[in-house]
Design a protein around this ligand. Structure first.
Ligand code: AMP
Length: 451
């Protein structure tokens, strides 16, 4: 029961109205400590209720009579616009019986309108690091009186290249009294460094191991011969699986557009969501999916975070995500708040090793599934190593000069357009393509997908 927490009655009223009866494990663990003002480092599954775990204690701290606001008291940083929009909605729902005001700063929105909102000084400011920095540089943002700082999906912010921006924003909060850092995964050395630098004697709440994630989501793989074959499998799944809403993930904008076009041509009600779409289209796509106007979303990873849609029970990975963490975030769209979900990854020759490394990362073995109506010839490698990876076919040592054929020029993904250059056939694993793209193009891709 939420009444077990020392929360203000106006907050408990809002909680009851939202029909939250039992706190989720992350809420039960984090709320009491956050109410004491402790710094927290929380590793918790996406969809576990972690937003309420930090929002309720923040509101409790700010609650009071109506007064003229003179400074921003809380800053919540998140990696994507969608997640920021969702968080402000959650804050507003919990704050409905209070005088607490919140504001949103993300890319894709009018800069001057945001500046005007900042002049009115919200109690809680929520947003993505890139645009926050721009507002800061323009002299519109004063964070000196921020008392509570939240870094949500901190692992993802680092992945997206926001480390410097986050660091700068943290340094601006010179009167910070409490910091809470949330991530879906334990992250790497970058995250450990950030934790050491920013948090003060934090309580570490590890709500689940990565292998426990999404216990309610069945995870399957289906092998495929090439991308056209994957398209047939997607068609079959969308026509034959039982689902309320589905999301098809691709690694590139170009592939997302292509699949979307195919679905629309078959009269599916679908939307496409990726970093090339402007903010209006992105909002429309998510709203339509939430309202049920469309059942299918085709998306790149920009949608993997911050998308909380009721009834999203089927995730199809057309392309295997590039890392275990990315996989966790994608399948975190389904099986939310204890509901059942199904996640299916389509695996052709070039995806196999990446898939097996994700299995190892999760310490899980995905269910192998075959659909006889769309069965291809590739069924996985002939031999696998103990690691699960394919045993490579040894190259022939030498071919006599006379019979040596001219090598076919290999089509490399261009650094200028990392998204549009994927070959139709699965010639490389997504990881290889990623590795071969330049650092600059990776950063541009991530930033485009973000703020
Ligand atoms: P989050 O992980 O914060 O994105 O939350 C995932 C979903 O679970 C959101 O739709 C929340 O509104 C919902 N939720 C969070 N906590 C609870 C709770 N204690 N009871 C019921 N639903 C909840």
């Amino acid at each position: 029961m939420f009444s077990q927490f020392a929360l203000h009655e106006r907050l408990l009223k809002a909680v009851a109205e939202l029909k939250f009866v039992e706190p989720t494990p992350v809420q039960a663990a984090a709320i009491p400590l956050a109410l004491q003002g402790r710094d927290l480092r929380v590793t918790a599954q996406t969809g576990s209720g972690k937003t309420a775990a930090f929002v309720l204690p923040i509101l409790n701290r700010l609650i009071g009579p109506a007064k003229v606001r003179v400074s921003i008291k809380t800053l919540i940083l998140l990696p994507t616009r969608e997640l920021a929009q969702q968080t402000i909605k959650e804050v507003e729902r919990f704050a409905q019986y209070t005088f607490i005001k919140s504001g949103l700063i993300t890319g894709g929105e009018d800069f001057k309108v945001q500046a005007a909102m900042l002049r009115k000084v919200p109690d809680i400011l929520i947003g993505t690091p890139g645009r926050m920095i721009e507002q800061l540089n323009a002299g519109n943002l004063d964070l000196k009186e921020v008392e509570v700082l939240v870094l949500d999906e901190a692992d993802r912010m680092l992945d997206m290249g926001f480390a410097e921006d986050v660091q700068r924003l943290v340094e601006e909060c010179t009167n910070r009294q409490q910091t809470m850092l949330f991530s879906a995964t334990t992250g790497g050395s970058g995250l450990r460094e950030m934790v050491a630098k920013i948090l003060n004697n934090p309580e570490h709440l590890q709500l689940n191991n990565v292998s426990d994630l999404n216990a309610t989501t069945r995870q399957q793989i289906i092998t495929a011969d090439h991308n056209q074959h994957k398209e047939q499998i997607v068609n079959w799944l969308l026509a034959n699986e039982t689902y309320q809403k589905a999301i098809v993930f691709t690694n590139t904008w170009a592939m997302a557009d292509r699949i979307y076009g195919r679905l629309v041509a078959q009269d599916y009600k679908a939307f496409v969501l990726h970093g090339e779409k402007d903010q209006k289209d992105r909002k429309l796509a998510i709203d339509r999916l939430k309202q049920g106007g469309v059942k299918i979303l085709v998306a790149t990873d920009v949608a993997a975070r911050g998308l909380d849609v009721d009834g999203l029970d089927l995730v199809i990975n057309f392309d295997m995500p590039r890392s275990g963490d990315e996989y966790v975030h994608r399948i975190g769209r389904t099986g939310r708040a204890g509901n059942d979900g199904l996640a299916i990854s389509l695996i052709c020759h070039g995806d196999w090793n990446l898939m097996s490394s994700v299995e190892r990362y999760l310490k899980q073995s995905f269910e192998r599934r075959t659909i006889k109506e769309v069965k291809g010839t590739y069924g996985g490698p002939k031999k696998v190593k103990a690691s699960g990876k394919a045993v490579g076919v040894k190259k022939k040592k030498s071919t006599p000069k006379a019979t040596r054929r001219k090598p076919v020029p290999r089509h490399r993904p261009s650094a200028r357009s990392p998204t549009a250059r994927r070959p139709t056939r699965c010639r490389w694993s997504a990881r290889t393509a990623w590795r071969r793209s330049s650092a600059a193009s990776r950063k541009r891709l991530l930033l485009n997908n973000a703020a």
